[in-house]
Write a protein that binds this ligand. Structure first.
Ligand code: CMC
Length: 426
């Protein structure tokens, strides 16, 4: 039976339809609110605003549940590969063996980057942040790969191109920033192994591919592959709503992800842990600073807009980090520091009251360090992981019959009408 919410305003009652999602989530449909009442809504940070109907990812922040296309992320992390998960997100179902092979062939076919693009990389100052470079280069792809005539072909080819090339471009940017020879993708390697080889192989020292490292990278990327309407995905949808090309929309997502409150937190966590470790009583001081309302300091890798319990991704990553360090016989003092900080924060009433738990970024940096990824590339790895999610969400928004140009309203609080004063009279 259809449900309604009743709004009582100005002596009138307005019935607003209630939309029910497949997991029982309820939303008041305010599409006709302004037309019927003259009112708009005010929701800074959109914490109570659903911007679309989506069949891609389900998050229950109270119970710590995350599913892609209905499949729990724990199952995907245990059994799937990033490539297969990317297919699942973009196409809505797990691929058949044939489809997966075809997808692999396409990814391989599109893995090279136009040679002229190398010059761009060479001309960025060496100190440039790789996220700035990646965002610019992805936007530049449209100039090198013009639009195809057939929309379906355009969507399919562009999607595969992006998934494959972003990985090559990320490794290329790392190599060029170090003054090293670019390593090209190899057709005999899997998605993640190829990336590691492009990052770490040199003409004089071939990279030894360790299946444990490849597996850990797969899990990292799977766990980052989508997270419904987060800041960067909302950016992709918003920019995409102006009907820009996919490269431009993804480039805006990369720019949003760079921020330390979002994907940039994985780099910030490592920097924070190193600072805490270098100081006597560092954990205690960090917690005190985080509690101080006059101090802008925040515990990076802690807290989440949606999760009010342990982030399921952080739980998996914590285990993977331990397993990987053990198997590689590595010790990372930052892991001990992270554990100590987590324990202290989870017992601190201030954090407990605010329901602040480790999020995906808390342990991911330690994993990436163990793999050998430099700190300033951490958020780039997040971007490679999030790419299938951004693409799936962009595709869904294109196909959405309710899809329109995103154009929020505002409540104007500036001066009311006043006269222009000529400069000589000011
Ligand atoms: N350290 C200290 N206090 C915090 C933190 C934190 N990390 N996160 C939230 N709080 C406090 C905040 O000060 C506020 O306290 P009070 O009610 O006394 O003013 C309360 O918790 C609510 O915070 P909020 O800013 O209203 O919460 P939000 O939902 O707007 O912010 C967040 C979510 C992720 C931006 C925030 O938790 C944060 O800044 N975390 C650190 C950065 C981080 O780890 N980001 C990665 C997020 S997960 C991956 C991703 O999205 O990329």
């Amino acid at each position: 039976m259809e449900e309604f919410a009743t709004l009582s305003y100005g002596g009138r009652e307005v019935r607003l339809p209630v939309i029910v999602g497949s997991e029982g989530e309820r939303a008041i449909d305010i599409t006709r609110l302004r037309e019927r009442t003259g009112l708009i809504t005010h929701d800074p940070g959109f914490a109570n605003t659903g911007c679309c109907r989506s069949a891609i990812t389900f998050v229950d922040g109270e119970r710590g549940v995350l599913r892609y296309r209905g499949i729990p992320v724990e199952e995907l992390a245990a059994h799937s590969t990033f490539k297969e998960t990317a297919f699942l997100l973009v196409h809505g179902r797990l691929p058949s063996p044939r489809e997966l092979t075809r997808f692999s062939v396409l990814l391989n076919d599109h893995s090279l980057v136009h040679e002229d693009m190398k010059i761009f990389y060479q001309n960025f100052p060496r100190s440039s942040h790789p996220m700035g470079i990646l965002s610019s280069m992805v936007n530049a792809l449209r100039s090198f790969y013009p639009e195809l005539q057939n929309l379906e072909e355009e969507v399919n080819v562009t999607v595969t191109r992006l998934l494959s090339k972003v990985r090559t471009m990320a490794a290329m940017s790392y190599k060029i920033s170090r003054g090293h020879t670019v390593v090209y993708p190899r057709p005999d390697l899997t998605y993640c192994a190829n990336f590691l080889n492009m990052m770490f192989s040199t003409p004089v020292r071939p990279y030894e591919i360790d299946p444990e490292v490849v597996r850990a990278l797969n899990v990292f990327l799977i766990l980052h592959a989508d997270h419904e309407q987060n800041c960067s995905t909302a950016a992709v949808r918003l920019v995409g709503s102006a009907r820009v090309n996919l490269y431009a929309a993804i480039s805006s997502g990369i720019a949003a992800l760079w921020g330390p409150l979002h994907g940039g937190a994985n780099q910030a966590v490592i920097e924070m842990l190193a600072a805490i470790r270098g100081e006597a009583g560092g954990v205690r001081k960090a917690l005190a600073r985080a509690r101080d309302p006059a101090d802008p300091f925040r515990l990076m890798g802690f807290g989440h807009r949606v999760y009010k319990t342990y982030d399921p991704r952080a739980k998996i990553l914590k285990e993977v980090v331990h397993g990987l360090l053990d198997r590689l016989r590595l010790e990372d003092p930052l892991l001990d520091c992270a554990r100590e900080l987590e324990e202290a924060a989870l017992q601190d009433p201030w954090f407990v009251e605010r329901r602040l738990y480790p999020n995906v970024d808390f342990y991911s940096g330690i994993l990436l360090r163990a793999i050998g990824i430099p700190t300033n590339m951490f958020t780039v790895l997040f971007a490679i992981g999030r790419l299938p999610g951004w693409i799936a969400q962009w595709k869904e928004s294109l196909e959405d019959p309710e899809g329109r140009l995103w154009r929020p309203r505002q409540i104007y609080v500036g001066p009311t009408e006043r006269r222009y004063v000529p400069i000589e009279a000011r």
